[in-house]
Design a protein around this ligand. Sequence first.
Ligand SMILES: [Mg+2]
Length: 212
Amino acid sequence: MKQEQINWFFDLDKTLYPSNNGLYQEGNRRINEFFKTNLNKTLKEVNKLRLYFMHKYGTSLLGSIKECNFDAKEFLDYVHIFPKEPFLKKEPALRYFLNTLPGKKYIFSNAPKSYINEILYHLGIDGIFSQIYGIESFKYIGKPNKSSYAQILRWTNSLPSKSVLIDDMKINCLSAEKFGLNSIWIDENLTYNSYYEDILFTTITSFLENQL
Ligand SMILES: [Mg+2]
């Protein structure tokens, strides 16, 4: 009997590369800088505001568009345009594992598409994914909002039960499960949670190795 195909939806940041390379921290520093400069706030005030936005809207970006009148493109460009070479190197093992994983692979990220393409190139895993869905695809309303999951399933003609989200953010995994998708949580700290007993991995390669 032919095995039904699985569609894999990969997050990008801190899922396809580890957090200790400094890239994510640089992006985060830039978000804080943009908030501080444009709202004339201290770092402490910015952190508080970002937490509030995360809680209310799921992302700092969406909160800042709704409540601070930020221009989405200006904000995203400031946060994502900088040299990536110092942070990343080619990952042939990751490329091998991704290529060997059966089923269609997509990128489902809250980052802009140009940044995603750059990261994939520097990791040496470009050309593997059938389609790349960045934050513009979702009109800036990305994970963990329900609409983004519904849209990506529709665009890729995927059944939720045959779809798997792989993400480092627990809230994104929980939303996926809530909307009927399966999820794999990549958590470097291996935060124990019985719900995730069999689907919790510290790195993307440890998960992919497990599939072969
Ligand atoms: Mg991530």
